[in-house]
Design a protein around this ligand. Structure first.
Ligand SMILES: [Zn+2]
Ligand SMILES: [Zn+2]
Length: 752
């Protein structure tokens, strides 16, 4: 019995860890279990053997097989094992068996040992399934299970991080087989590689291929060669392990069926130059790459090749998932570990398991549980082993950042100070803890959605179950006048909708709050847009409010939460706010005019916005003159300007410019050379014009109503001689003219 420890570290782990592995290698491989050895715990019955059923079919093509499988499952049976074979294994209630036979290619259903040689199912795989069935129903499987034996060395550190897989290599390999890599299965990871996506959760149909690795002496000496009985024993053990998982799934309401395929050691594809047991596990790529190349998957690393093979197998078998398991032969006399002390390991999430016929201290009757344990890893189950000084899980923390689910049954005292429970992933026990069920994707996760007052959610608040690791979108729907605030519980932030990853049970709460309230008020004499009232706006909204004064009124300012004279004003709704629009009557301008004139604007009452500069013109009537302004304006400037900072009034004063009193006569003036008629006009200033600055008299001759200017005379003249006026009658108009040029009323004088 070797005392070497299993302490493998993945070749993909960071360099620092690889160095640590070398440093710790000496004590790890030189210490043994000592007194801690335990017997294999077989206290729990091998439940799955109860009612184990063989179903024989008349055809083995996959279409017929799947048709029969579906029919049996719909009828209340369940299928644990099937293949491209005329035999299936599972559990069919005896009461329904008679109704199934004869339908969908089902030829017979068996609960007792059958004579394999007499069957119409002589292909290798069918015979393997029938022989295994016989070993179950004869009790041989249970006798082996219950035999007294030691546990082997713990499967500490038998799980490696999911390896880097280059999609290009996988695609190339699959293209060679005319298969596309289902894009839905590509799981991009942070390190630029991908998950194969061929073993996400242990649900539905799972293709498992067993490779009986055989050396042909071309490189290493061909030290060990598989025997048929060893091969058959391994097949039976793997079928036990697969049946165990299928039975566990059934007990947990999950349908799990294994499509089993294997390459016999005498198959040409299994023959290659390496004798694995003579190598370190670090060399596994040597035989795996060679076998994969034999099968036509020759691009890329061992991970890319096996991923490609799994993709091909999944496609060919039409299953939901696929993985591979390589068995190296090490009969008695050969070492029971690889040269580096490892014996069985798997990559978390696939793509493959490598294990031995004899696994470091474990009986060959325990191959089934080692296979089942490693299959758990393929489907993301974490190790629950912990051995002080050797590693394993060291806390309840998830075992992979890619599948962050609690590893709550880890036997490390920091996780389970009062002890962990039996589990396949802990001591290879014939049981499953609740955490492993979650990790392999069986248990649904409960999402409890809550909401505060002021809103609801879709889905509506309550508890929902979702598949493990599924993503759920939850939307917060606020009521009227409410807004979504944030998520709390197992979610945070303000994203809406939010996506919840169901990697564990979660409770999330949508919190709502009343939107900030905007109260708009006004004084009398005006309104607003939006009109006065109460409004609710989403936090952060910028609301524009316009003050609209009534006629003759003007907006003064905003009061309340803001002080501003801007109109419109922008209110930022970061809290409840009140704004009040204040209005006032505009300043009033009263314009009046005395007699003999008017104004522009015409006399009346006007309202102007405060500060307006108003120009008022005084417009005298004909023969009249503007004199001055009174009241709010003074002087005689015309037009006058007024700034409307308050109520004002102006009064325009005018005077009439009266005609002078005038007379005229005609005289004949004879000189020695000629005679001329002179019209002599004389007038007197009109006393009513006193105070007007009369600077001229202006004389027109009239032709009908049309005046023609005759002469301007200074204001102190009172007589004018119109010489050479002729003998005809002439009408004159004499008008006083002010200094500002305003002409007064005419004195009409006709001289005959
Ligand atoms: Zn493990
Ligand atoms: Zn467990």
């Amino acid at each position: 019995m070797t005392l070497q420890k299993f302490c493998r570290r993945g070749r993909i782990i960071l360099a620092a860890f690889v160095i640590l592995a070398f440093i710790s290698a000496v004590p790890v491989f030189s210490q043994g279990q000592g007194g801690k050895r335990q017997l294999v715990d077989t206290s729990l019955p091998l439940e799955w053997t109860r009612g184990y059923t063989l179903i024989l079919l008349d055809e083995k093509d996959l279409h017929a097989v799947n048709d029969a499988k579906e029919y049996i499952e719909e009828s209340g049976g369940s299928i644990a094992i099937y293949s491209n074979a005329k035999a299936m294994l599972g559990w069919v209630p005896r009461t329904i068996a008679p109704f199934l036979v004869g339908k969908h290619g089902i030829t017979s259903i068996h609960y007792e040992q059958v004579d394999a040689d007499a069957l119409n199912a002589q292909d290798e795989i069918s015979l393997s399934l029938v022989n295994f069935f016989n070993s179950v129903v004869t009790g041989e499987v249970e006798r082996q299970y219950h035999s007294l034996r030691w546990q082997g060395d713990p499967l500490v550190n038998d799980v490696l991080e999911h390896p880097f897989v280059n999609p290009a290599e996988v695609t190339k390999n699959l293209e060679d087989k005319h298969i596309a890599w289902d894009a839905e299965l590509v799981r991009t990871t942070a390190n630029g590689g991908v998950f194969s996506g061929y073993s996400d959760s242990m649900k539905g149909t799972i293709a498992c291929c067993l490779f009986f690795v055989e050396s042909d002496g071309t490189i290493d000496s061909n030290r060990y060669t598989w025997t048929t009985s060893a091969r058959d024993h391994v097949i039976n053990q793997c079928l036990s392990g697969a049946s165990w998982w299928a039975s566990q799934g059934s007990s947990n309401g999950v349908s799990v069926s294994f499509y089993i395929y294997y390459y016999s050691p005498d198959s040409s594809a299994m023959k290659q130059g390496y004798e694995p047991i003579l190598h370190s596990t670090w060399d596994d790529y040597l035989w795996i790459n060679a076998i994969m190349a034999n099968l036509g998957f020759s691009s890329g690393s061992e991970f890319e090749r096996v991923t490609s093979f799994n993709g091909w197998l999944k496609s060919w078998a039409g299953t939901n998932w696929a993985y591979s398991c390589f068995f190296a032969y090490n009969p008695s006399g050969a070492p029971s570990t690889f040269t580096d002390g490892y014996f069985a390991y798997a990559y978390l999430g696939g793509p493959y398991i490598q294990m031995l016929y004899r696994n470091d201290g474990w009986s060959i009757y325990d191959i089934w549980s080692i296979f089942a344990h490693e299959t758990g890893h393929i489907f993301w189950a974490c190790d629950e082993y912990y051995q002080a000084g050797y590693g394993g899980c060291t806390s309840c923390a998830p075992c992979s950042s890619y599948r962050p689910v609690t590893n709550g049954n880890c036997e490390h005292p920091s996780c389970n100070p009062s002890g962990s429970v039996p589990c396949m992933m802990r001591h290879n026990s014939n049981a499953l803890c609740s955490y492993t069920k979650v990790q392999v994707g069986w248990q649904t996760q409960i999402l409890t959605i809550q909401s505060s007052s002021g809103g609801t959610t879709s889905p509506t608040p309550g508890s929902y179950t979702y598949d493990y690791y599924s993503s759920v979108s939850v939307k917060a729907n606020p009521d009227v006048n409410y807004e979504f605030s944030n998520w709390s519980g197992d979610a945070s932030g303000t994203s809406n909708p939010i996506t919840i990853l169901m990697d564990r049970d979660k409770t999330i709460k949508a919190n709502f709050r009343l939107k900030p309230k905007l109260t708009i008020q006004t004084t009398l004499n005006g309104t607003t847009n939006p009109s006065p009232g109460v409004y609710y706006y989403a936090t952060g909204t910028q609301v524009q409010v316009t003050a609209i004064p009534n006629t003759y009124y003007e907006f003064v300012n905003w009061s309340g939460s803001i002080s501003s004279t801007q109109n419109p004003v922008t209110v930022t709704m970061d809290s409840d706010k009140t704004v009040k629009a204040n209005f006032r009557l505009k300043p009033k301008l009263t314009i009046q005019a005395g007699t003999h004139g008017t104004t522009n604007p015409s006399p009346g009452v006007y309202y102007y916005a405060t500060g307006t500069l108003v120009q008022v013109s005084a417009i005298p009537d004909t023969y009249c003159i503007f004199i001055m302004w009174s009241e709010s304006a003074t002087g005689s400037a015309n037009p006058v300007s007024l700034t409307m900072e308050s109520d004002k009034s102006v009064y325009a004063h005018f005077r009439y410019i009266y005609a002078p009193s005038a007379t005229g006569r005609k005289v004949l003036n004879r000189t020695f050379s000629q005679a001329e008629y002179i019209n002599i006009l004389s007038w007197e200033a009109n006393p009513s014009n006193d105070g007007l600055d009369i600077t001229k008299y202006r004389i027109y001759t009239m032709s009908g109503d049309t005046p023609t200017l005759l002469v301007d005379l200074a204001g102190d003249q009172i007589e004018y001689y119109h010489r050479k006026a002729g003998q005809a009658s002439i009408q004159y108009a004499i008008r006083a003219v002010t200094r500002s040029g305003r002409e007064g009323a005419p004195a009409l004088v006709t001289v005959q």
